[in-house]
Write a protein that binds this ligand. Structure first.
Ligand SMILES: [Mg+2]
Length: 308
């Protein structure tokens, strides 16, 4: 994990998640879908076929990102070119593409721990899916993962006619929910340096690069090997307390008053009776030293009053 942001800059309100190779393993799903399509068409498996298709597909998506071709061209040409390459030009590449996409839905799986993390984050953040993909499969794949209901909006490039990293894609995303947020409170999380990270940067948003390989620390504001590392980083972030509130606590510390402090916990709030011995600021967080020797982070305090 690498993070070049200070704690106060990690206080996000809206998380924009890419889908493929960020929340789910696209490489695996694609390879399984490809081999199933060969089987569906009674084509004998040859080891080199997936590599051949991979090159054709990468070139076609690159042409698409440069706006040289449309998504309809992707549907029509990628398997037509592949089938021609392996001497099966008698098979309809368009129908073959549809079969592959249907298989892709079937083989898209999400790790349960990623779903659990998204469910927890949903309580504290607005969340959206921002994905470059074909409209006939992306929503079906999200539904297959049973995570579509967790997001406030789902933006599929093919549905809106513009793809990441184009600013118009992010503009559309900004308008996809009623609430409006400051750009510095929005985080784009994705695996693609160009469409996700450069796209976020040029639109003025912070970015988190999901990169299971070598950590390129300069690439994004946050670099993670696995999306599961995100939660601890962006939750439990300390937000400095109000100055008046700090002064108020300082008076109790000075007078050594016995106080009842209501504390925020992961479950239900609890109340403790104690004295504040001192206040301390450390690593951009503020604490109260209590009489039993423990430290209490100031933003955990809900209410405080003299004990009766
Ligand atoms: Mg991706």
């Amino acid at each position: 994990m690498h993070c070049s942001l200070g704690k106060s800059e990690l206080d996000f309100d809206w998380l924009l998640f890419d889908f493929d190779n960020t929340l789910v393993d696209f490489h695996e799903a694609s390879e399984l879908a490809f081999h199933k399509a060969l089987k569906d068409y009674n084509i004998d498996h040859v080891d080199s076929y997936y590599g051949i298709y991979g090159k054709i597909n990468a070139k076609i998506w690159s042409d698409f990102e440069q706006q040289l071709i449309t998504t309809e061209d992707i549907r029509r040409t990628r398997f037509t070119l592949f089938l021609k390459e392996i001497g099966k030009e008698d098979i309809d590449g368009y129908a073959y593409n549809a079969q592959y996409l249907s298989n892709l839905v079937e083989f898209t799986i999400i790790r349960p721990e990623v779903v659990a993390m998204l469910e927890r984050l949903q309580g504290s953040f607005k969340m959206s899916i921002v994905t470059n993909g074909l409209k006939e499969v992306q929503r079906a794949r999200l539904a297959k993962c049973k995570i579509d209901h967790l997001f406030d909006s789902i933006i599929v490039s093919d549905e809106i006619g513009v793809a990441k990293p184009d600013g118009a894609f992010f503009e559309h995303t900004m308008n996809s929910i009623k609430d409006s947020f400051e750009k510095e409170k929005i985080l784009v999380i994705g695996d693609n340096l160009k469409s996700d990270i450069a796209g976020a940067k040029s639109f003025g948003l912070k970015s988190c690069h999901i990169n299971p390989g070598t950590l390129d620390k300069k690439a994004a504001d946050i670099v993670l090997e696995d999306v599961l590392e995100l939660e601890t980083l962006i939750t439990n972030v300390y937000i400095p307390v109000d100055c008046d509130w700090y002064d108020y606590l300082e008076i109790y510390a000075m007078r050594k008053t016995i106080v009842d402090i209501e504390i925020r916990t992961d479950t239900n709030p609890k109340t403790i009776t104690t004295r504040i011995k001192d206040l301390e600021a450390k690593n951009k967080e503020e604490f109260a030293h209590l009489e039993d020797g423990s430290k209490l982070r100031l933003d955990k305090i809900i209410t405080i009053k003299p004990s009766e």
